[in-house]
Design a protein around this ligand. Structure first.
Ligand code: SF4
Ligand code: SF4
Length: 432
């Protein structure tokens, strides 16, 4: 079988599997609510350029941030080379973009240098994860699987980069008289490769590299590294309203307007009217598609949890866990719910995955939102889960229940009648 045919079959299989995964994800998105408007496109593009492409949030930590950013930028350049490899594989050509001249020299030279930088960075990340006790890599939500996931991805990236440099080195020796492109790092290694073995080294590394890209592509959606694909769209979808501003609940706004407008006649709902929507978020069918996008984008980096005042002071809350649990709940219940809208496994996101104690520990300071490198909004989801606890379960800390009662009875959070408000001034010579 020719290389072209084997590659074509392999490409078909990989894209087929990836398409299946995308359809599976689309079926999960269909379970979610609308509730997020994509407007202010200009502002979104600026945010994407700064935060996603410019990596401005990551770069706030100069050393490790720069390493992350270089890996990210490196991948963007190397992706052009991967695209070329796919076309070469299908068309049985070699370095098909070589006709781009100086631009090709620039792309190949950058790719070669970035491959070396990514190798060094990945070794540094592995050492940090396994040898240094970095606090944000631990926590109840960081299971053995999460840590293995990170290690496996870093190892795969290392093999990808080694194979890229190996392929380039083999190419330089194999084609020493008609080289297309520029390879400053690989050219340092040509002394290690004999002319006889050059073709074999080039081909073996070509296959290792391309097969690993396809494997990686199909593993990504099932791992935290899906953020490689999701981070740019998620940053584009940043919630642009001021961080502390809460969304009004449309159903409550409607009720309040009805109460405040004396001309509105109360009409009982029709008998065949659909049941009222649930207040807040109890399970995955209550989250918005943006909440779900956030959960898929979470890199599990723990930057949010590391600045969370509740977590730092020993409370159960971890904003990273909120994202991980939401994604996990969708994976657990989504398949059943996609087939049967009434599917019930006897569990719910709030209660079985995320406890009321975690939710009530949030101070709504928004430090987590501020720190998240991919602009995830953890707080709006926490607030919607709290709304469900209050409005459907009457499950709130006793201090809040007392305040709710006071507002209902007295029109203020205090325990006193409004008529007694000025009692403190009795006997004082004050003019009112
Ligand atoms: S908003 Fe809540 S979850 Fe986020 S950092 Fe503050 S306390 Fe923690
Ligand atoms: S929510 Fe953001 S900051 Fe927190 S772990 Fe996920 S990606 Fe990192």
């Amino acid at each position: 079988m020719s290389k072209q045919l084997i590659f074509g079959l392999f490409l078909l299989l990989s894209l087929g599997l990836f398409t299946y995964t995308l359809f599976r994800l689309a079926s999960f998105f269909r379970l979610t609510r609308k509730g997020f408007k994509v407007d202010r496109i200009g502002e979104r593009i600026t945010t994407t350029l700064l935060v996603a492409f410019g990596q401005t949030k990551i770069l706030r930590k100069p050393v490790i941030g720069l390493m992350h950013a270089l890996v990210y930028w490196g991948f963007m350049v190397i992706t052009i080379g991967s695209l070329e490899m796919m076309i070469d594989g299908l068309a049985e050509t070699e370095r098909i973009f070589g006709s781009w001249g100086i631009l090709y020299d620039f792309i190949t030279a950058s790719g070669d240098i970035f491959a070396a930088i990514i190798i060094l960075s990945c070794f540094a990340f592995l050492a940090r994860r396994h040898l240094m006790k970095v606090k944000r890599f631990s926590g109840v939500e960081m299971t053995t699987k999460s840590n293995m996931d990170a290690t496996a991805a870093l190892t795969m990236i290392l093999i990808l980069m080694f194979s890229l440099i190996g392929m380039n080195t083999g190419y330089l020796v194999n084609h020493r008289d008609d080289i297309v492109g520029s390879y400053p790092i690989s050219s340092l290694l040509t002394g290690l490769v004999s002319v006889e073995s050059a073709h074999m080294i080039q081909e073996t590394n070509w296959w290792i590299h391309i097969v690993l890209i396809f494997v990686f592509l199909n593993i990504l959606p099932y791992s935290k590294h899906f953020h490689i694909i999701m981070s740019i769209p998620n940053v584009f979808l940043t919630d642009l309203k001021p961080m502390t501003q809460m969304n009004n609940m449309a159903s409550v706004t409607k009720e309040v307007k009805l109460m405040m407008d004396p001309n509105t006649a109360f009409a009982a709902p029709a008998e065949d009217a659909p049941p009222p929507e649930r207040f807040g978020v109890k399970d995955i069918e209550d989250i918005t598609w943006k909440n779900y996008t956030d959960s898929l984008t979470c890199t599990e980096c723990g930057r949010c949890t590391s600045v969370c005042p509740a977590n730092i002071t020993g409370k159960l809350l971890s904003p990273r866990k909120i994202m991980i649990d939401t994604r996990k709940r969708m994976n657990d219940r989504g398949p059943g719910l996609s087939k049967d809208p009434n599917f019930d496994d006897g569990k719910s996101l709030v209660g079985d995955y995320i406890t009321a104690e975690e939710l009530w520990a949030c101070t709504t300071c928004n430090a987590c939102v501020q720190e998240c490198p991919v602009n995830i909004d953890q707080v709006s989801l926490i607030m919607d889960m709290r709304r469900n606890l209050v409005m459907e379960e009457s499950n709130a800390p006793k201090e809040l229940v007392q305040m709710f009662t006071n507002i209902e009875n007295n029109g203020s959070p205090w325990q006193f009648s409004p008529d007694d408000r000025m009692k403190w001034a009795e006997g004082l010579s004050l003019r009112t």
